[in-house]
Design a protein around this ligand. Structure first.
Ligand SMILES: Nc1ncnc2c1ncn2[C@@H]1O[C@H](COP(=O)(O)OP(=O)(O)O)[C@@H](O)[C@H]1O
Ligand SMILES: C=C(OP(=O)(O)O)C(=O)O
Length: 437
């Protein structure tokens, strides 16, 4: 079983491949910054024909260029015009025109293109291209150090309703600055909230965001532009370490197998990045452009699945020390599984918290996670196999025995460790060494 989960972003290149992609993918991501209500609904229907979970990613206060026919090639030294209504590259947000002055630097398409502003009016910006490249519709605009208003935007609030109606298992919050946005979203949905770390400013509030969110994403596309590429390795390391310390699932995103947009195999550097991420202990790895607009989405997902499977045979995630009594049972369960040659750890109770606690200590065996609500939300958690229970299972131990046999994890006579939250605490409080009948 592959322990590190795979998330794939849907887009024009993959909409007809959802069934095939689901052989390699645990979670599909629909980026709500793109498409229409109708196209997103179609994507969700496609995801629902598979067993994969659904992550709907809200756009957040991100500036983007508008619709461009085909593409625009920007060359070094050329003058480029951005305009609200007239000729040029369309940008509708006032914030863009308000935030710039002569000499400001603007980055486009995750920093690939760089321009320096020559003049600004409330409706038009003229700039010189410093680093050229190809620009297509709805690509992101980064203005370094731009301060955005706190809280969820009106568009995010509308889209959060849309995501609820479409039954998203997880909702991504883009460009958050503090735990406040996470709290606000949690009051409006039962879905898991994935806090995307992609603003320099959000790093000051990292611990608070990690504590509040259900999962964290290292959104390296924008984060790389915000902190500068040279700082990205350190920042990535800090985000992963903080999430793991608090036992929160952490997703590594962007340019994972970027070269596979056009090439049949990943580069050495990309495979080494995946290996390092497994060692650092990320829960999930996400494909973006590779599956949304790449030339061979299926091959990118196949290669990531294969790379992780092969690597997991030879590398293990770094260990985490237990922090307090809340960790005690889960930590002991992992020890007990090693000592007893158990085939699995079964975690139930605490609305999945028992499983999260066990996952924190990265056991060698699968974590069968019994949850009464929203089992799909756990598809992003390292090493888990979520199973939905409804309270009508009767004798829990015989239910567990038959489930483990059905999942082909155990045979009669095998040992498993069962961890549960029987005292109703948020964490696991009971551990049992159980022989499957
Ligand atoms: N739902 C969609 N509909 C149409 N195109 C999409 C969709 N999702 C993604 N794309 C395309 O795939 C690209 C990569 O996806 P992603 O990394 O999620 O977007 P971005 O980097 O723009 O935030 C996008 O820039 C866009 O061109
Ligand atoms: C995942 C990211 O965000 P998005 O694709 O939504 O811009 C990123 O910036 O790395």
């Amino acid at each position: 079983m592959r322990k590190t989960k795979i998330i794939a972003t849907l887009g024009p290149a993959s909409e007809r491949l959802v069934g095939n992609l689901s052989r390699y993918v645990d979670v599909f991501r629909v980026n709500m910054a793109h498409g229409t209500q109708e196209s997103r609904r179609k994507y969700v229907e496609l995801v629902r024909t598979t067993k994969a979970a659904l992550l709907m990613d809200l756009p957040g206060p991100k500036l983007r260029v508008g619709d461009i026919k085909g593409m625009v090639k920007l060359r070094r030294g050329q003058t480029v015009v951005f305009s609200k209504k007239g000729e040029g590259i369309p940008v509708t947000e006032d914030l863009f025109y308000r935030s710039l002055k002569e000499g400001s630097v603007v980055l486009l398409a995750d920093g690939i293109i760089r321009v320096r502003v020559k003049s600004v009016t409330p409706e038009e910006v003229k700039a010189t291209v410093v680093d050229g490249g190809i620009l297509t519709s709805r690509k992101g605009i980064n203005i370094p150090d731009l301060k955005t208003a706190p809280g969820l935007t009106e568009t995010d609030l509308e889209m959060l309703k849309e995501a609820n109606t479409l039954g998203a298992d997880m909702i991504g919050l883009s460009f958050i600055m503090s735990p406040k946005e996470v709290q606000e979203a949690k009051g409006l949905t039962k879905s898991f909230i994935v806090g995307k770390i992609e603003k320099k400013g959000s790093l000051k509030e990292l611990e608070g965001i990690v504590k509040e969110a259900d999962a964290i994403m290292v959104a390296r596309g924008d984060l790389g532009v915000e902190v500068g590429l040279e700082m990205l390795p350190l920042v990535q390391e800090k985000v992963i370490r903080t999430a793991r310390t608090y036992g929160k699932p952490v997703i590594l995103a962007t340019q994972v197998f970027e070269s596979m947009m056009s090439s049949p195999t990943p580069t050495r550097a990309e495979v080494v990045d995946v290996a390092n991420s497994i060692i650092k202990g990320v829960d999930a790895i996400m494909l973006s452009d590779e599956t949304a607009i790449g030339s061979n989405p299926l091959r990118a997902a196949f290669y990531l699945d294969r790379t992780i499977r092969k690597l997991e045979k030879v590398v293990r995630p770094n260990g985490i020390r237990p922090a307090d009594v809340g960790d005690a049972i889960a930590y002991s369960a992992v020890d007990a599984a090693n000592l007893s040659g158990a085939r699995a750890i079964v975690a139930h109770g605490g609305e999945g918290n028992a499983a999260l606690k066990v996952a924190k200590f990265r056991p060698r065996v699968p974590i069968v996670t019994l949850v009464s609500q929203g089992a799909q939300r756990f598809k992003t958690v390292w090493g888990t196999i979520p199973v939905q229970v409804n309270g009508g299972e009767g004798d829990m131990s015989s239910f567990i025995d038959s489930k483990l046999k059905e999942l082909k994890i155990c045979r009669s006579g095998d040992v498993v460790i069962i961890v549960s939250s029987e005292e109703g605490t948020a964490e696991a409080d009971v551990m049992k060494i159980h022989k499957v009948k």
